[in-house]
Design a protein around this ligand. Structure first.
Ligand code: NDP
Length: 324
């Protein structure tokens, strides 16, 4: 089968589209014919070596398609089921072996491509707004990269929960998309100091929570945007990792909380996975949550997908389509 493998860390050119042996499902695993693979920033970290992995490896940890074979002892899904998943590497491929307990059946009304687009970024936006800091009316939040894959979904879910949303983006085109997703105010953080602008917008009060996926470039000023006892949710590092820092800063800025969460800890049991994925899928089916598929590229163009993501040239989801 065709797959996109990494043999050594480096730039997008390290993503090699090549023939590899078909994977065979073992106990508790299912073989999924991938119809769409989701591209995520974590795929970039694995490619560059920021998150170390064993090489060679097929990149991509999100996908959707049809179950075509089962290993022994699988009860969660059956051959022919339409499924989506995240959390196991190997989705930049025509076929992938996935632990059956990670697979979620796609309901009528959610397309396979939507399934590939919602598992990682959708469930992330869900846990951030519903569990890490359960937003509600009376809360204000700052969402960095508000027109990104996670960002557009987080703005929508924060609004569904009744919060005030202030977003940051790099261009006016992205600002329009963030507003469409429900952001009440949008700051162009490459042109303006977002800290000063946020203080102006909140009359100096700050926000209850900052959702910061940008990391190095935004972290310090994000802390300054929080209200007393607010929560800093550092969930990514698109601009680079945050350097070591002194916890005393949290005291000085108003007894702040800091968390560095990851999705796996919020879908740690099958029950929680099905509940979280189920709610996101329900919202998509009901039209309450809109998935923006920014681009669908053939699997052979994985390198181009990474270039766009790293160049901040995307707004929403990029999908890779095997066989296209
Ligand atoms: P995005 O679609 O959000 O793409 C990244 C965005 O970050 C860019 O579009 C850009 O938006 C912004 N950005 C700011 N500075 C930079 C920079 N120097 N280089 C590149 N981008 C920059 O990606 P995802 O939605 O896939 O992921 C967003 C972040 O969330 C990532 O850091 C990812 O690792 C993290 N994440 C964490 C999870 C978790 O559970 N902890 C789960 C899922 C994602 P703009 O142009 O508007 O500045």
């Amino acid at each position: 089968m065709k797959a996109v493998r990494i043999h050594a860390p480096g730039g997008p050119e390290k993503l090699v589209y090549e023939d590899v042996p078909d994977p065979i499902p073992g106990p508790g695993e299912a073989l999924v014919a991938i119809e769409a693979a989701g591209v995520n920033f974590i795929d970039v970290y694995r490619r560059t070596g920021l998150y170390p992995i064993a090489f060679p490896a097929i990149n991509g940890s999100e996908g959707a398609g049809t179950v075509v074979a089962l290993g022994p002892g699988v009860s969660e899904v059956a051959a022919g089921d339409r499924v989506a998943y995240q959390g196991t590497m190997g989705s930049y491929a025509a076929r992938a072996v996935v632990p059956a307990k990670q697979l979620v059946r796609l309901p009528e009304g959610v397309s396979t491509k939507q399934g590939a687009a919602l598992m990682l970024q959708g469930m992330t936006a869900h846990y951030l707004a519903c569990a890490t800091y359960p937003l509600g009316p009376g809360h204000a939040c700052l969402v960095h990269a508000a027109a990104g894959g996670v960002g557009l979904l987080l703005c929508q879910i924060a609004k569904l929960r009744g919060a005030r949303v202030i977003g940051t983006v790099s261009t006016s085109e992205k600002a329009a998309l963030a507003r469409e997703a429900g952001a009440d105010e949008v700051i162009l953080y490459v042109e303006r100091d977002f800290e000063a602008e946020l203080k102006r917008l909140t009359a100096g009060a700050g926000v209850q929570v900052v959702y910061d996926s940008v990391g190095k470039a935004s972290f310090e000023r994000s802390l300054q945007c929080l209200a007393r006892r607010g929560m800093m949710v550092l969930f990514g590092q698109s601009s680079g990792p945050v350097p070591p820092f002194d916890p005393q800063v949290l005291n000085r800025c108003g007894s702040l909380f800091l968390t560095r969460p990851k999705l796996d800890d919020y879908v740690a049991t099958r029950e929680e996975l099905l509940e979280r994925a189920g709610q996101v899928m329900d919202w998509v089916r009901e039209g309450r949550l809109r998935l923006r598929i920014a681009a669908e590229l053939p699997l052979s163009q994985a390198a181009e997908a990474h270039r766009r993501l790293e160049a901040r040239a995307t707004a929403g989801k990029i999908l890779l389509i095997p066989g296209a």
